[in-house]
Design a protein around this ligand. Structure first.
Ligand SMILES: Nc1nc2c(c(=O)[nH]1)N[C@H]1C(S)=C(S)[C@@H](COP(=O)(O)O)O[C@H]1N2
Ligand SMILES: [Mo]
Length: 197
């Protein structure tokens, strides 16, 4: 079953397409430094920091977690949006529950294989639409779109969704990610055009 969450824009206004965006056909690829390589045998998904229990899951273990399929929109800060992407994966709250988030956690830093990082307030991550994705439109997530595993954040510009995600760090104080340190917004709400910090 596919859950349609493309109406989440109603929380932020009455327009599905955020201001200053144009709709594009297909799904462009945007990466700071190309597609990194990874090895299934050594790949693991790790959670650490302000949690009760660190996690380290193999790809097979990750695939056994309860999953969901959602239809979502995707907004890149450079101006393109693509509608109706079907993403299958595990929700952020599922991972948070598994690790047990400590009371002093306030922020999250995502780590990726290509050295990319991005950060978000914990409250902005604890939504059912924030997914760790391994399938797109029914196929295994393509490597240039972040396979084996990526994050999607339909309520934020897409740089908040780390492709090739391999680590989630729960923080007791905010830290900035790759683009956030280079002038992009920490909060990144597309309907407020929060592009620059
Ligand atoms: N690891 C990693 N994640 C990343 C990026 C990146 O360079 N490296 N680019 C971000 C940006 S700016 C966007 S718009 C989306 C693009 O995702 P796509 O290539 O699947 O369209 O990934 C985001 N996540
Ligand atoms: Mo982007």
């Amino acid at each position: 079953m596919v859950e349609d969450v493309t109406d989440l824009y109603r929380e932020f206004g009455d327009r599905r397409l955020p201001p200053g965006q144009h709709e594009t056909d297909g799904f462009p690829v945007l990466s700071k430094s190309g597609t990194p390589s990874w090895t299934p045998e050594t790949w693991s998904f790790d959670v650490w920091g302000a949690v009760d229990e660190d996690l380290s899951l193999s790809y097979a273990e990750f695939r056994e977690l309860p999953s969901t399929t959602q239809r979502q929109d995707f907004h890149c800060v450079t101006g393109w949006s693509t509608f109706d992407c079907e993403f299958t994966g595990v929700t952020f709250p599922t991972i948070a529950d598994l690790a047990g988030v400590r009371d002093d956690a306030v922020h999250v830093l995502f780590h990726a294989i290509d050295g990319y990082t991005t950060d978000l307030a914990l409250s902005e991550c604890l939504r059912e639409e924030v997914l760790f994705v391994y399938e797109h439109d029914g196929d295994r997530l393509a490597e240039d779109h972040g396979g084996p595993l990526r994050v999607v954040t339909p309520h934020k510009y897409a740089y908040k969704g780390a492709k090739w995600v391999e680590g989630v760090e729960f923080l007791t104080e905010p830290e900035r990610g790759y683009w956030e340190r280079r002038g992009y917004s920490d909060t990144a709400n597309p309907w407020n055009e929060e592009r620059y910090g």
